[in-house]
Write a protein that binds this ligand. Structure first.
Ligand code: ADP
Length: 368
């Protein structure tokens, strides 16, 4: 999905009422990815990073310029998202743990019939946490994270896309263990527009198939351990993925809209960095947001949490606003009336028809 949202302000007070403070560890607040493809500098995440992650000199392939570009644009050394930052999706987390995390931890066990899946596809409506999960996987298993959108692969270096795919996998091996996350993978299959574009995207797709096929025969590190590269892909349109690619993405995990419990958890995660009034009824907000995606809910919380400031500056001149103290602006905790207003403004973005299409595809092609 493309609808990334940034962090709510860091340094704001932690939840004022104790009921907002359950859930994820405090040290992980405010580190949601920006989706910009740049390294997200979550401060405690840097502390978690192992030394030697940035082994720039490891790449010795034929395309140093391309490699440098990829290192700059798609390499995120510390995405800084933890499992606890992702609300709900317990089953998806379990599946990802088994399919990605464990093979990285015990490569000698995952051999032969137990070999890791070639590729893993996360599908579901937009804004449900697919990108977030991919980042959590990378953080939790301490792998280097390559965050690349298919649109980038298909268009950035016209005519050089295949080289770019090859270089990406070479680079991933050089930085192994690593996770390659390919967002919007469907866009590699349904190239519209000019025929030249179509041709180059066909070539980039065949190269991707070749690379994914070879991903488990990646040679060994100096200490004899296998170099593991995991391919994780995401799509909001799984039905657009053609058979050849679908077959390579052996494990297909459905990322659905959040249920009631997950919505409560999501609201709590979102409100971690602001002060919340005692009248805020999280259960009520969760009840009234059925059908909202995680992203929609984040927007509700962001809108609600900005309301106090809007009230404060209403009717004031620009100079008066400039001269207001920070304390004055942030004095009011987020209250239930702020949620009422936000709920009236922010609607659900995923249609029932879309959900039904995903569920149908899940019964046909999904992994349980
Ligand atoms: P997708 O890749 O599925 O389109 P993202 O992972 O980019 O969606 O999610 C977009 C934003 O929505 C996230 O940055 C986060 O703020 C919020 N969000 C969505 N799902 C969740 C979730 N399960 N837990 C926490 N936040 C979520």
């Amino acid at each position: 999905g493309n609808t990334r949202t940034g962090t709510t302000g860091r340094g704001a007070k932690a939840g004022g009422s104790s009921r907002t403070n359950t859930g994820a560890r405090a040290s992980t607040t405010g580190k949601k990815g920006t989706g910009s493809g740049k390294s997200t500098k979550g401060d405690s995440a840097n502390g978690d990073a192992e030394d030697g992650k940035t082994k720039r000199s490891q790449y010795e392939g034929p395309d140093p310029d391309l490699a440098a570009m990829l290192e700059r644009d798609v390499l995120e050394t510390t995405p800084g998202v933890r499992w606890d930052d992702v609300a709900g999706l317990t089953e998806a987390k379990r599946l990802l743990e088994e399919a990605v995390v464990l093979p990285l931890w015990m490569p000698e066990y995952f051999q032969g019939i137990r070999r890791p899946w070639k590729g893993i596809l996360m599908f579901g409506p937009p804004g449900t946490g697919k990108t977030l999960l991919a980042k959590a996987v990378a953080t939790e298993c301490g792998t280097t994270f390559f965050n690349v959108s298919s649109a980038t692969l298909a268009s950035k270096w016209r005519g050089e896309s295949e080289r770019m795919v090859r270089c990406l996998f070479d680079l991933a091996r050089a930085y192994a263990p690593s996770t390659i996350f390919i967002d919007e993978i469907d866009s590699l299959c349904n190239a519209r527009g000019a025929s030249g574009e179509h041709e180059s995207s066909r070539r980039v797709k065949s190269e991707l198939l070749v690379q994914v096929d070879g991903v488990n025969n990646t040679g060994t590190n100096e200490d004899g351990s296998r170099k593991i590269v995991m391919v994780l892909a995401a799509t909001n349109f799984p039905w657009d993925i053609d058979e050849a690619l679908r077959r390579r993405l052996e494990k297909r995990i459905y990322i659905p809209l959040p249920n009631f419990e997950s919505r409560k958890e999501l609201i709590r995660i979102n409100l971690k960095t602001v002060e919340v009034a005692v009248d805020v009824d999280i259960d009520e907000v969760a009840r009234r947001t059925e059908g909202y995606s995680g992203d929609d809910l984040t927007n509700v919380c962001r809108d609600a949490s900005l309301n106090g400031m809007r009230r404060k500056i209403a009717g004031k001149t620009r100079d008066e606003i400039k001269n207001m103290s920070k304390d004055e602006i942030s004095k009011d905790p987020v209250a239930m009336c702020d949620f009422e207003e936000a709920l009236a403004k922010v609607q659900r973005s995923v249609s029932q028809a879309d959900i039904e299409k995903h569920e149908k595809w899940f019964t046909e092609f999904g992994s349980a």
